[in-house]
Design a binder for this molecule. Structure first.
Ligand code: ZN
Length: 379
């Protein structure tokens, strides 16, 4: 076993053995901070309540390249369905099993060992490692909080790599260079309740809303762009009625979600929804919750450095993708000039028997290392 693999595998196992279910870091961050301090990093905890946050920095010269991620994991689910205990790291058939192995303690271990090697070798630039224990939960006191503290200090990050598991079929096949935004809406259409035998005495919100809902469903919000699929509108819940068959209900509730490309903005989508509802003469209220803004990192120094590193180490030319749910990349993109995500296979994440291929840990660490080095040269 090479030293890189030994180091990375050992650290991944140590992290898995800490039961860091969101929002608890369960000691993961102290473990990492003590390693990084020994390597010469200046480590600061920026905890918020029970959420653990770590900002570790080496060097003060530019450019500043940040490796970011989370040490929290989703709950294991029914433990007796696991072939081995989810918090006892177990090697089997070339895989390392344990909750968080792929999402994303394997990546965190690879980032730490990559940063240690880059620091040991010396050279220009500064490295930061940003970690939280609140990514899988509300994500309020984690990366978002860290970013606002750093912004208040005037810190700017030149390039940031998030270690989310992005590979889909084969290790190295996918880099995420952006994510769609997410916007939730809760629509209440008001009618007037009455006996169903006397519809003229009330107003049926289901009948009022149906054509408006149909119009929303067929609306083309945008056409996406070369990096993004078109914005999608989906209804998640719809409810009206009391359960009785002789009552016209007084209200109808519709919950919906936009996954939107940077070709649309939340205010524009909101205005367009209201325009459709007004056109259908509905009496209504809508409550909006913006879950995340979209972000996009176009082809440039970071994307090119990472593609070259992946190609040279994994022998695969990675595709750029902006699919999937939101990530902490949306917060980092407000502080960093460029943000991308790259990590191991994601087929087992959040599942029973989560695992990462042991043979992918060393290439992963070497990819982060090479990306750091080439960014120091090119930025
Ligand atoms: Zn994750």
């Amino acid at each position: 076993m090479t030293e890189i693999l030994f180091d990375t595998l050992q650290l991944a196992k140590q992290l898995i053995a800490h039961r860091s279910i969101t929002p608890n870091d369960a000691g993961c961050l102290s473990l990492i901070a003590s390693r990084l301090s020994a390597a010469g990093f200046h480590c600061e905890r920026m905890d918020r309540g029970v959420v653990g946050n770590l900002w570790a920095r080496y060097g003060s010269a530019g450019p500043l390249v940040c490796l970011a991620g989370h040490v929290d994991v989703v709950p294991p689910g029914p433990v007796d369905e696991w072939r081995s205990d989810p918090f006892t790291p177990t090697e089997r058939d070339g895989e390392l099993y344990g909750r968080g192995a792929a999402d994303m303690k394997g990546s965190v271990a690879a980032m730490v060992t990559a940063a240690e090697r880059v620091v040991r070798a010396g050279g220009g630039g500064s490295i930061a490692i940003l970690l939280t224990s609140d990514e899988e939960g509300d994500a309020v006191d984690g990366t978002a909080a860290l970013v606002s503290i750093l912004r208040a200090r005037g810190v700017t990050i030149d390039a940031c790599i998030v270690g989310e598991p992005t590979s889909t079929e084969r290790f190295g096949d996918t880099i995420k260079n952006g994510r769609r935004g997410s916007l939730n809406g809760r629509l209440r259409v008001r009618g007037q309740q009455c006996h169903i035998a006397y519809p003229e005495r009330g107003r049926n919100p289901i009948h009022d809303a149906a054509p408006a809902v149909a119009a929303l469903v067929v609306t083309e919000w945008d056409r996406g762009n070369e990096y993004f699929q078109p914005t999608s509108f989906q209804i998640s819940n719809i409810h009206a009625g009391t359960g009785a068959s002789n009552i016209i209900p007084g209200t109808l509730d519709v919950a919906f979600n936009f996954r939107f490309s940077p070709e649309s903005t939340a205010p524009v989508l909101q205005a367009r929804v209201r325009e459709v509802l007004d056109r259908h003469n509905l009496q209504y209220d809508v409550e909006w919750t913006l879950i995340g803004e979209p972000f996009l990192t176009r082809r440039g120094p970071l994307v090119d450095a990472l593609i070259a590193s992946v190609e040279s180490v994994a022998g695969v030319r990675p595709a750029l993708s902006t699919s999937g749910g939101t990530s902490d990349g949306r917060f980092l993109a407000t502080l960093a000039r460029e943000v991308v995500e790259f990590g191991p296979l994601n087929d087992s994440i959040h599942k029973i028997d989560e695992h990462v291929r042991i043979g992918d840990l060393e290439p992963l660490s070497v990819i982060y290392e090479r990306a750091l080095r080439s960014l120091f040269d090119f930025l």
